[in-house]
Design a protein around this ligand. Structure first.
Ligand SMILES: Nc1nc2c(ncn2[C@@H]2O[C@H](COP(=O)(O)OP(=O)(O)OP(=O)(O)O)[C@@H](O)[C@H]2O)c(=O)[nH]1
Ligand SMILES: [Mg+2]
Length: 564
């Protein structure tokens, strides 16, 4: 079944949808490329808002021809020559023209003062509109643009912007300047825009076929069609009154413009210009899609280095737990005092009943057990905070090496643990300590054992498990691990006495797994500050595929459109 011919309304709707999508894209990751990416975005919006949308909305309005070229090439002079009167002030000072000067028919002048180039509506970059009533202007508006190569940087931007809104470009070069690099850069853009370009070779001295031929050759090499589009203007006297050349000097150009703008000619020009604008739009949307993908990749890379910094510390905690060096010093000394290692050794050699009475004495309501529990908890919490600090410092250091990362760090407290992490670590440790007590409560294999544990006090016995977790020596024997070994042996003996050796081992293992999991969570939550920051700064990126399907739709409808 043949495709129905898409009315221009569908194309405009598709352009509108694309524009909305693009307007929503924000490059918030403050890296080096941000300005360039935003410029690509703005060019797309400009091309739709300032050209395609108004042009498709009013195919009958005059064609717009824009005079573009180097400073001093004679653009303003050419405009005055076409008009036969002083429209735009030419000058000896470079650059002369600083804002677009619009030469339009009186009946259309208003629209150029109101909606046209609305991006220039600010006082900063006004446009000047000269209303006239020449017949040529019934179908054509001519704009004199600032140069694209002077020291004034924003002139280049205005020239680029005008390139996007022209239906015809009149490209003016002088004999001296035609081979410069900048015009070629600009012509490249015109090529992408696929807008009809008329070439004016201005100020050609007599006997200068060589220059003209060379210029033609350069244009031809770059693929520009010159048939009926190349105009030479000989160097001659300026008319003081009109600030232009005699009409005959630009008669060829004027005739050509008239043909392009009349009933018969305009459809072809508009067709080329509109399709060219859609083609340029498509190129820019590809660039934007690339920029979105790049920014998303950068965000992922930053996310990843931060996550890795935290995972390294999580691994370190697990390793320390397994090799028994997570907690040292005070807590272990206190435990040694608390159990009285010497006494324990004697009790062990004297047999089970002696061991029971030792245990009863040690645990029976002793405030020392509670103290060891509290200290172990505090120390563990400090370990987690220290590890979070190390992870944050490592993550921030990695971010600092990246432009976007460094900007994100600025003014934010990311070099150390987060504000809530102390509280969270404290809670996690408290919960764990409580969960160990619960484990003990459930671990008594027989009624008798449960009763014995209860008689010592669940929390006191839990201390033995807690110390068991921290003093695990990874298979080393007592002699090798020195100080910790006595304490380790003591808690081990005690737990074996209470639960049997297999159950004692599994209690410690379960408790260890739990604290490992809880520690990981505390650290990951601290690390999530980095990920959240990235998320906040990439919220306004769209799916690259959404851009693709949106521009594909525009291109498809343009292809199906039967033209103006
Ligand atoms: N004698 C003579 N002077 C010319 C000719 N064309 C341009 N000029 C002079 O060259 C100078 C520059 O011309 P403009 O028309 O101001 O050049 P422009 O391209 O508009 O320059 P900007 O506005 O700076 O971009 C002026 O002093 C003109 O009078 C010409 O064919 N003959
Ligand atoms: Mg000028």
């Amino acid at each position: 079944m043949p495709e129905p011919i898409a009315p221009v309304a569908d194309l405009r709707a598709a352009l509108h949808a694309l524009e909305e999508l693009v307007v929503g894209v924000r490059f918030d990751l403050p890296g080096d490329a941000g300005a360039h990416r935003t410029a690509v975005k703005n060019e797309i919006i400009w091309g739709i808002n300032e050209y395609l949308e108004p042009r498709l909305g009013d195919l009958e309005s005059p064609l717009v021809a824009v005079l573009i070229g180097s400073t001093g090439s004679g653009k303003s002079t050419i405009l005055n020559s076409l008009a036969g009167k002083r429209i735009s002030k030419p000058g000896a000072i470079r650059p002369t023209t600083t804002e677009p000067v619009v030469w339009a028919h009186r009946k259309y002048a208003d629209r150029y003062e109101e909606d046209f180039l609305s991006g220039y509506g600010s006082d900063e970059r006004p446009i000047e509109v000269i209303a006239d009533d020449q017949a040529l202007l019934e179908g054509l508006t001519v704009i004199d643009a600032p140069d694209f190569d002077s020291v004034v940087e924003h002139h280049r931007q205005i020239a680029d912007d005008l390139l996007a809104v022209g239906d015809i470009i009149i490209f003016v070069t002088s004999a001296q300047r035609y081979a410069d690099a900048v015009p070629w850069e600009f012509l490249e853009k015109a090529m992408i825009r696929a807008v009809p370009v008329l070439f004016v070779a201005n100020r050609i001295p007599g006997e200068s076929d060589e220059i003209l031929n060379d210029y033609r050759r350069l244009l031809d090499e770059r693929g520009f069609k010159l048939g009926g589009r190349f105009f030479e203007v000989a160097e001659q006297q300026i008319d003081e009154l009109t600030a232009g050349l005699p009409g005959v000097a630009v008669a060829g150009l004027r005739t050509r413009l008239g043909e392009m703008a009349d009933r018969a000619g305009r459809a072809a020009v508009l067709d080329a210009s509109i399709r060219g604008a859609v083609g340029a739009l498509s190129v820019r949307v590809s660039a934007l899609r690339g920029a979105v993908a790049e920014e998303a990749e950068e965000a992922d890379a930053l996310r990843l280095v931060a996550a890795e910094a935290y995972e390294r510390q999580i691994d370190e905690i697990a390793r320390s737990l397994r090799s028994g060096d997570l907690i040292r010093g005070e807590v272990i000394n206190r435990w040694q005092e608390f159990v009285g290692t010497g006494e324990l050794t004697k009790a062990i050699s004297d047999g089970v009943s002696r061991l029971s009475s030792w245990a009863k004495r040690v645990f029976g309501g002793s405030p020392a057990a509670a103290k060891v529990r509290t200290d172990a908890g505090l120390e563990l919490r400090d370990v987690l905070i220290r590890r979070a600090d190390l992870a944050a410092t490592a993550a921030a250091s990695a971010w600092e090496l990246d432009a976007a990362g460094a900007n994100l760090l600025r003014g934010r407290a990311l070099w150390r643990h987060g504000r809530e992490t102390e509280q969270k670590a404290g809670n996690a440790v408290e919960d764990w300590l409580a969960s160990v007590s619960e484990l003990i409560g459930q671990a008594g294999a027989s009624k008798k054992r449960t009763a014995v544990v209860a008689s010592y006090g669940v929390n006191s016995v839990a201390v033995a498990v807690i110390l068991g977790v921290f003093l695990q020596t990874g298979g080393l024997t007592g002699a090798e691990v020195g100080v910790a070994a006595g304490a380790a042996a003591a808690q081990q003996k005690l737990l074996e006495h209470l639960f049997g050796s297999a159950a004692a081992r599994s209690l410690i293992e379960t408790a260890r797994e739990r604290i490992e999991a809880a520690s990981s969570e505390v650290l990951r939550e601290d690390g999530a500050r980095f990920a959240r920051l990235i998320d906040e700064h990439t919220k306004a990126l769209v799916e690259p595929s959404a851009l693709t399907s949106s521009i594909d739709r525009v291109v498809e409808l343009t292809g199906a459109w039967d033209g103006p």
